[in-house]
Ligand binder design. Structure first.
Ligand code: ZN
Ligand code: ZN
Length: 254
């Protein structure tokens, strides 16, 4: 079967607008068959990581099992209600004041907490022990006014063996350097708000199981394509925007 997926999406556990339940309904009703929830897990020892914790925009060691359990509960419902595979993920977020020292690593298929203050090598090693995939998130310029994350790309020769795939597109931007590099790729929305649904996405084929989907991504049996969504006012009325107060465009860590 054709499995239309989005493998980098944020919920209210970090800086996304929608709850995990709302995300499942949003994607499920649109016919998606795979969805990974990948909330920020920021470093705890750095100044920017501590700020994210203070602002309640990151997962923490203390609530990680609550997060995973909610995903597991929703995984059952997503399958029953929409025939959709919900994948537990996380975005290890290493932010620095220098773009060249910042990196975000999406882990797909995580089943236990990984300490974000460890080295990138150790984080990817722990992901592999869990049979999870390590994804280099938005590794080159996103052409937006936001903090950039260049570390993985600048060190790609050294890190390429331990990272499974590299985002070749994030949202509506395709990364030409990654496309031409010959590295393994994936395309994701990095969705924080429903209006970001029109974006590059990834499609795989075959039986709908988490293991199969992650294997297909790892072995590059996939297609990337641009998914067009007409963001309608009726959807806005159905989500609880008042849950948090948001300032347009300035609150997301990507
Ligand atoms: Zn990011
Ligand atoms: Zn993100």
């Amino acid at each position: 079967m054709e499995i239309l997926g989005d493998f980098h999406v944020h919920s209210t556990y970090s800086d996304g607008l929608l709850t995990i339940t709302q995300l499942v309904d949003f994607y499920g009703k649109l016919g998606f068959k795979a969805l990974a929830i990948t909330d920020h897990l920021c470093e705890e020892k750095t100044l920017l990581g501590r700020a994210a914790k203070f602002l309640n925009r990151t997962l923490r060691a203390e609530n990680f099992s609550v997060y995973l359990n909610e995903i597991y509960r929703e995984k059952k419902r997503a399958l029953q209600q929409y025939g959709m595979c919900l994948i537990p993920g996380v975005e290890i977020t290493k932010n620095s004041f220098s773009h060249r020292n910042s990196s975000h690593i999406v882990i797909l298929g995580i089943d236990a907490y990984i300490d974000p203050d460890q080295s990138i090598e150790e984080i990817c090693r722990r992901a592999r022990i869990q049979n999870a995939l390590s994804v280099a998130a938005h590794p080159v310029s996103t052409q937006k006014i936001e903090a950039q994350t260049r570390f993985l790309w600048d060190n790609r020769e050294r890190l390429q063996p331990i990272l499974d795939v590299w985002e070749v597109a994030s949202g509506d931007i395709i990364f030409k350097e990654v496309l031409e590099s010959g590295l393994s790729i994936i395309a994701n929305s990095d969705l924080h708000h429903p209006r970001q649904m029109s974006s590059w996405k990834t499609k795989v084929y075959g039986p709908m199981s988490e293991k199969h989907i992650l294997d297909e991504i790892k072995h590059q049996n996939l297609e990337i394509f641009f998914y067009e969504y007409n963001f309608g006012q009726e959807f806005l009325e159905n989500v609880h925007l008042q849950k948090r107060s948001y300032v347009e465009g300035s609150v997301f860590q990507h």
